[in-house]
Structure formats: C-alpha cells, structure tokens
Design a protein around this ligand. Sequence first.
Ligand code: MLT
Length: 405
Amino acid sequence: MTPFGTVELTVYPYECDSFGHLNQAALLTLLERARWDALARGPGMDLFDRNGVWPAVRKATIEYRAPAFARDVLRVETTVAGRGTTSMTLRHVVRRISDDATVAEAEMVFVCIDRLGRAAPIPDEIARFLGPRPSGSHQPIQVPAGDVELAVDVRGEGVPVLFVHGFPFDRTMWRHQLATLSRVRRIAPDFRGVGDSGVPPADGYSLTRYADDLVAVLDALGVRQAVLCGLSMGGYVIFELLRRHPERVRALILADTRPQADSAEAQRGREALTQVAQREGQDGVIEQLLPRLLAPATQATQPEVAGQVREMARRWSVPGLVGALRVLRDRPDSTETLRGVRVPTLVLVGSEDEIAPPDTAHAMAQLIPDAQYHVVPAAGHIAPLEQPLAASRLLADFLSALPFP
Ligand code: MLT
C-alpha cells in the first residue's frame, strides 16, 4: 500500500517535442502533477503549507525508458522508498496504460524546509501520511529451519522471488529491490549466523545447510517454486540448491557471482581471514574486504553505501563468519551444475566488479542456454546496492517477461 496511490494523467500535445515525444521537462512536470493530484485526493494540497514546511527537491534520478506521445494516458505509481528525520525519498514508476510499457522510473529525494529555508523535521501529520519508515524498520518474520530460526523479510504479492545475500552482507543489501519491485512477492532471509537469524556454533555451517535453509523458508511460506536471485555467495548457495532441489527453481538471477571453486591461493586467503575474524571480529574482516567491494565511483560519490556495508558486516556473528569462510573455501566447482540449467536466467555484473569480474560473469552466462547477460555500469561487486535503479530495472524487465507457470 502506498499513501500516494496511483494517478492517471493524459499527455498533452504542448508537452511534446517536434518529434511528437513527451519531452524530458514535461515528464518532470507530470510527476509533480501526480504528486499534487495524490495530495488533493488525500490529505489536501495544503498538507505542507498548513504544517509550516515545504518539500524541496534535493536530488532527482530519472531513467527515461520508452517514448510517450500526445494523448497517451500514463499511470504514475508513487511509493515512499525512504524516510529520514527531515527527508523523504519517493519513487515514481510511469507506465502507459494502453500497452503497460514502462515510460520512466524516477527516484526523488525531498527535504522539508521551513519558511527560512532551513531543513526541518517532518511534522507529525505528514509523517503519519507517509506511513511507517519503509526501510530499516521493516520487521522480519522468524522461520524455523532445522536447528535455527531464520529472519525473513517478506513483502508483496505475485511471483515469489527469493533474494539471497552475499558475504559479509545481510538481507538489507536488497533494500532497494525489496522496496521497489512491487509486482512480485519479495522474500529475503538472513543466512544462519547473520543479522536477526539464529547463530549455531562454527561447525553448524555447510553449503548443504545454507541451501536447505532456503528451502525451509520456501516451505514455511507455502512456496513450491521461486525465482532465485543470489549475489556472490548467494549464488554459490543457489548452485547447491540447484543440485539438491532443482524442482524448486522457476528462474535464476545471478548477480556478481562465479561458478569456480577457490584456488589454493584463495583458500589460504580464507584461512588468513578466518584468523582475522577470530582475533579482531567483524570490523577486522570488513576493513580487509571493503577496498575490493565497491566501484571507485561508489566510494567517491556514495559514502553512505560503504557505511551500509560496514553495518551489514557488523551484523554477522563471529561463528557465522568463521563457518561461512570455511564453506567458501571448500565449495565445489559449479560449472557442470550451470551447464544443466534449463530455466530462464539473468546474469548481471557490476562493470568494476573485481571479485567476479565481467569476463567471468560473461563466461558463466554462456554455460546456460539462452541466459541473458548484462553489465551494470559504475558498479562494483554489489551492483544492486551501488546502482539500484539500473539493477532493479534489469530485474523488473526479466521478471515481467517470465512465462506464466
Ligand atoms: C560475496 O560477496 O559473497 C563474496 O565476495 C564471496 C567470495 O568471497 O567468494
């Protein structure tokens, strides 16, 4: 549910350029019309004015995806993608009603300012209208999985998509996809030993257990088949699930991952990192890994992403880190497993991924008949978090083209 709801607007001829396309500036105006229209139908257009603040645009990211023409009727869906003390992020998806084509997607950050132009806390009435904070405060459910309970974020209705995080991240690495892929049922667990999930001792981890945990999550939610979407270690666990439970897989999304086992040198690196985990804990581990995780552009322009990666690593328990490092060190080669895949598959990779680089991802995609392969520009090893709009668009396009079951 979104407080803004859905607004339908017609494109006027004067909003189009000489080729007949809705022009870029007019699209922005149209989004603004949609927001005010939603307020007029709900709490009133004077919602901000009567509370003594004004929503000033601080940042707008727009992807123009398909042309729209005069007389097209567009449906604008507006959701609250984030909320801070003084700011809110709205996400717009604009679709043409006649063919359901996505015309544009936009993410707009607003800051509430007072009459002197200073940032002001979001007043209570507006906070109530926006609803509970969408990320961070989303409460996971607890699902029994053998000897532990797993924390699982479950949102929405539609085709079930199981999001499997990497190392050393947690389910919140998918926060943008969980907030915005509103046409599918989003299911994102924390691995055992991580985040809000239970913590077995260090010998309670194996590739088999991780894979069976995912199946326990599907069972608990009554899901027979799901699209499995894994990043890096999430991909390795999905490869094991493919070997053990292929009938549960409807389609695959493999992000920043690779089928090869660790080399002898990489295995020695895992052992060294295990000692760091035991000696220095989570902070020691993430400080070693961080320089290779994010694209230079992410480090330069989105320092908050590095902050989130540190926070995710801090939510790993030490037994969870040690157990996962052993699993990563000993995992088998999955090349033959991937050659046997017969479900629709999307492979995506950050253009600057140093851990599972584009040439490795491309070779992996070629193992799988008809797999789609896409590079996400200006992203490193965590493309869905570093470039959420581009990555989510690839996911949305892939999911919407899936044949009905
Ligand atoms: C991950 O993101 O899960 C890790 O990079 C996996 C690995 O170290 O092989």
